[in-house]
Design a protein around this ligand. Structure first.
Ligand code: 13P
Length: 254
């Protein structure tokens, strides 16, 4: 049985002080909230302090990216081992902003996913089509390629522990979320491919969460769809009370 998984992606928001204040407040607010996994992803600068603030609580910490090498001459990059040592347990990989603004490809996503697993981190692997691709009816082809290439070489056991975030690019930061029916259809397709390519056990355990303009007032309809196992929340996660609403409304046996 998959427990709903809700992660706040802060993107390039919050200083160290702001991150610590948020996490301290959130850990108190969710201390008696069960039936949902709660994660926030601060920028690298606040990762360690946020992880310290979240220690021994229900709040997990994710980095927003990683490099695939352990160490080396890669100015500006941060490795999985460094992230793990800073106290995070999760890492976002292949977010569409990284793909479109920073040249990330399915090949680099694949290397990063492998590196994250090797470092003991759980990857949150982002996939999703652009508006053009959806209008040309290429959504499933795009997702198939992103899944096949991005997760190439992973065992079924790895897939079982993974979080796949379906984030249609046209829904990110636009206020235009996928409808519950669109999410259900697409998540169903993703689950079908995971089953075909990695086996029924892996597909059954892997979390497939939705991202793109998730808000307190649309989360319940989204997670009521059979294959929607939670959410990756951008803008609406920046306010701790709003994020708490999304967390509590995500609870259900999925
Ligand atoms: P918004 O929730 O701001 O649309 O962002 C979604 C997202 O990109 C989460 O990773």
């Amino acid at each position: 049985m998959r427990i709903p998984f809700v992660a706040g992606n802060w993107k390039m928001h919050k200083t160290v002080a702001e991150a610590v204040k948020y996490v301290k407040e959130l850990r108190g607010l969710v201390k008696d909230v069960d039936g949902v996994e709660v994660v926030v992803s601060p920028p690298f600068t606040a990762l360690h302090a946020a992880a310290e603030a979240a220690r021994n609580s229900n709040v997990g910490i994710a980095a927003q990216d990683l490099h695939w090498e352990r160490e080396g001459a890669f100015t500006g990059e941060v490795s999985g081992a460094m992230i793990r040592e800073a106290g995070a347990e999760y890492v976002v990989v292949g977010h569409s902003e990284r793909r479109t603004l920073f040249g990330e490809t399915d090949a680099t996503v694949n290397r990063k996913v492998a590196a994250a697993c090797a470092a003991g981190l759980t990857p949150l692997v982002c996939i999703g089509e652009t508006l053009d691709q959806r209008e040309r009816q290429e959504t499933f082809d795009v997702l198939d390629r992103q899944i096949r290439q991005g997760l190439d070489g992973l065992t079924g056991e790895r897939i079982a522990q993974l979080v796949v975030a379906y984030e249609p690019v046209w829904a990110i930061g636009t206020g235009r979320n996928a409808t519950p029916a669109q999410a259900a259809e697409t998540h169903g397709h993703i689950r079908k491919r995971l089953r075909q390519w990695f086996g029924p056990d892996a597909a059954e355990l892997c979390h497939v969460i939705y991202g793109g303009s998730v808000k307190p007032d649309n989360i319940a309809d989204l997670v009521s769809q059979p294959d929607v196992d939670g959410a990756l929340v951008g803008g609406a996660s920046l306010d701790v009370r709003g994020f708490l609403e999304i967390v509590t409304r995500s609870r259900r046996a999925v």
